[in-house]
Each structure stands twice: as structure tokens, then as C-alpha cells.
Design a protein around this ligand. Structure first.
Ligand code: HEM
Ligand code: MG
Length: 234
């Protein structure tokens, strides 16, 4: 069917976002991962995930345009431009300074994969712990680590993404196997029983989830870059 999972071909554009890669692998976004406009990406997110086009997604999509010289579209690979949306201490990709900030990396992903031991789900507390642990790991290996409030904000949003889209936006609980398939295979775990959120993910419930993650994070800025900045062009 139109939305069957299909592995990308070597010429298809994929990038550092497992969410958008997954939408492309299922044909909610163009399967070639290119020429993505703001309406196209917002519609795909709504169709695939029942995630409404809230301000936060609009801003994210607009920032995506800064990662390319094209005037009104981006490719999934463009999004890897370090310092616009792409940041250090990712959940499933290495830091830019350490080599490959685009492709899934099982070693990096181990921290999230092994979190919340003893149960079969991730939740708000485990997500916050993973954010802190990834940062601690990176402080050891990346002398150029950038960790300002901007990076923290984006990282919290991304944790909210996997908890709500693979799990439940209201409880913040997401089955481990769904989250792992999403990251490792960039596939919707439909055969495993995943269903698109019944409740629309929107401004109110998503903001609440983000506050809850924020509240259990003991974060402090670190490194030489203290003031948040956004890279405006390639
Ligand atoms: C990460 C772009 C929407 C899930 C990223 C990254 C970019 C990006 C550039 C890389 C950041 C990094 O880890 O260094 C976008 C844009 C979006 C969008 C432009 C649309 C406006 C979504 C949605 C989901 C999602 C709807 C839902 C599942 C994630 C996750 C990560 C991520 C979980 C973290 C990956 C990691 O830390 O390894 N996104 N994204 N994104 N995105 Fe998206
Ligand atoms: Mg990154």
C-alpha cells in the first residue's frame, strides 16, 4: 500500500531525524527525502503520527529551511547542518566533531536502549536520565561539546517526540520495543502492535509532557559556548 515501509534507496536523502526518516520510509514524506516544504512536512507529521501542526513544529520546520540555500524546501540530509537544529549529545547519532552526526549509531543508542531496566517501557523519568547520561558521556569524549539552553530545549522536545509518538502523550510511557524499532529501523512498528496516537498530539498535551521532562532534569550549561546561537546558513 501507499504507506508500506520501504528501505531507502542509495540515492534517497535521509538525515539525523529518525521521525522524518520514518515518515519518508512509509511514504508520508516523499520517499526520496527531497524538496520538502513546510506544508509538506507538517501534513506528513499529522498524517503519520496524528501530531497537529503546532507552533513548535512550525518553528522546527522553518529552521529546517535555514539548513540549505534552497528558498522554500529542504532535503532530509540538509538537516544535519551542525548548529541549526543538529546538536551534540544526541540519543542515536554521534557528535559532529566525532565523525558521523547523521546515521544511526548502535553504540550511542545503547544508553537509551538500556535505560529503565527491569520493565518493558520508557517513561518521563527514564527519558530525563538518558538526557543527562548522554551529556555526561559526551563531556568525556568531545572537547568541543556545545551544551547551552538551546541544545537542552531541542533535546527535551526530541525526547517528548519519541515518548508521545511511539507511546502515549498523556502518560509519557512508550513501549521499549516500539521505540527501539523506530530508532534502529526507522519503521513504524505496525506489525508489533503500534497504532497512531488516538488522541491528537497538540499544543496542550505536548507542552505538559515537555514540562514534566524538564522538571525531572537537573541540567546545567557547560563548555566554552555559553550563549545560545543558531547557525543561519550552510
Ligand atoms: C532529531 C529535525 C520533527 C523525532 C532531529 C534532528 C533534526 C530534526 C535536525 C537532529 C538533532 C540531533 O540529534 O542532533 C526535525 C524537523 C522536524 C522534526 C525539521 C519537523 C518540523 C520530528 C518529529 C518527530 C521527531 C515529528 C517524531 C517522532 C526526532 C527524534 C530526534 C530528532 C526522536 C532525536 C534523535 C537523536 O537524538 O538521536 N530532528 N525533526 N522529529 N527528531 Fe526530528
Ligand atoms: Mg546530533
Amino acid at each position: 500500500s501507499a504507506h508500506q515501509w520501504q528501505a531507502p534507496s542509495p540515492t534517497d536523502s535521509r538525515g539525523p531525524c529518525p521521525g522524518l526518516n520514518t515518515l519518508a520510509n512509509h511514504g508520508f514524506l516523499p520517499r526520496n527525502g527531497s524538496n520538502i516544504t513546510i506544508p509538506v512536512v507538517l501534513n506528513a507529521i499529522n498524517d503519520g503520527f496524528n501530531f497537529q501542526p503546532i507552533n513548535l513544529l512550525r518553528i522546527g520546520a522553518k529552521l529546517g529551511l535555514l539548513t540549505t540555500d534552497a528558498e522554500d524546501s529542504f532535503s532530509l540530509n540538509d538537516l544535519a547542518l551542525h548548529g541549526t537544529l543538529e546538536h551534540d549529545a544526541s540519543l542515536s547519532r554521534n557528535d559532529y566533531a566525532l565523525g558521523d552526526n547523521i546515521h544511526f549509531n548502535e553504540t550511542v543508542f545503547t544508553t537509551l536502549a538500556n535505560s529503565n531496566p527491569g520493565v518493558d517501557y520508557y517513561n518521563i523519568t527514564s527519558a530525563a536520565q538518558v538526557l543527562e547520561q548522554r551529556l555526561a558521556e559526551d563531556k568525556i569524549v568531545n572537547p568541543t561539546l556545545i551544551n547551552t539552553v538551546k541544545e537542552l530545549t531541542v533535546r527535551i522536545v526530541e525526547s517528548g517526540f519519541y515518548l508521545s509518538v511511539m507511546g502515549n502523550v498523556t502518560t509519557g510511557v512508550a513501549p521499549k520495543n516500539f521505540v527501539q524499532i523506530f530508532f534502529r529501523e526507522e519503521r513504524l512498528p505496525l506489525e508489533e502492535g503500534w497504532e497512531r496516537s488516538e488522541v491528537p498530539i497538540g499544543e496542550d498535551n505536548f507542552d505538559t509532557l515537555l514540562s514534566e521532562i524538564t522538571n525531572v532534569t537537573t541540567w546545567a550549561p557547560s563548555g566554552e559556548v555559553i550563549c545560545p546561537w543558531i547557525r543561519l546558513q550552510p
